[in-house]
Design a binder for this molecule. Structure first.
Ligand code: FES
Length: 224
């Protein structure tokens, strides 16, 4: 884990990314991992904000939405990380499925670059497709999950904590047959520093902390 300064260099409103951050290479989080970022001049927000990669950028990476509205080009941030466990795209994967059940598919889009580099076919399941995706990415609705799970050899899912049990239970028979990982979207206010327990996720091993044991888990760990 590293601590360093970073700087917002651009703001985007395209839904795929919220901003571009310049930072040292060691701070760039792998897909699914995160940094805790704090604007030392913002006295109204004492807690750090978790930030995730939507893809690498020259000199840093693109931030997934949302970000605090007062972060603007030139905002300097104190960064700590990378933290947590991210996605593990197998080098052998040639049929990659992504499914975004939350408000954004941006965290999953960080997997596009490595998946395209290994010449994988990619399907993104979302009911809110972002604009400007590479033409190599096929888009389907979330209702196509059953057949997509049988097509894929790797499946990455982004899921809000509140819908975790419902979605995984209703798709268990399909997801059990594929190498599937799930990002659990939940607040991580202390990033594991204070064991606050806010990020606790129920798993086969008992309660686990999304900030340290996740936020990406193997689906089979979470299916009851
Ligand atoms: S965020 Fe505090 S224990 Fe996970």
């Amino acid at each position: 884990m590293h601590t360093a300064k970073g700087c917002i260099t651009e703001i985007y409103l395209d839904g795929r990314r919220a901003a571009r951050l310049s930072c040292p290479p060691a701070l760039i989080p792998a897909p699914g991992k995160y940094l805790l970022a704090h604007d030392a001049t913002d006295f109204n927000s004492p807690l750090p904000h978790p930030i995730y990669s939507a893809g690498t950028a020259p000199g840093g990476f693109y931030l997934t939405p949302p970000i605090p509205p007062n972060w603007q080009p030139g905002t300097e941030l104190t960064l700590r990380g990378p933290l947590g466990h991210g996605f593990s795209l197998p080098e052998s994967a040639r049929f990659v499925a992504l499914a975004a059940f939350g408000s954004t598919s941006a965290r999953l889009l960080a997997l596009l670059e490595p998946a395209l580099a290994q010449k994988a076919a990619i399907v993104l399941l979302t009911d809110y497709p972002p604009a400007g995706l590479p033409s190599a990415v096929e888009i389907s609705r979330l209702s196509a999950l059953p057949e997509t799970a049988h097509w894929a050899d790797y499946f990455a899912i982004d899921l809000p904590h509140f819908s975790m049990e419902t979605v995984l239970k209703s798709n268990a028979q399909h997801l059990n047959s594929v190498n599937a990982q799930v990002f659990i979207e939940t607040p991580v206010p202390c990033g594991g520093m204070a064991d606050c327990g806010v990020c606790a996720v129920r798993s086969r091993k008992g309660y686990q902390l999304a900030c340290k044991d996740g936020p990406v888990f193997d689906v089979k760990q979470l299916i009851a």
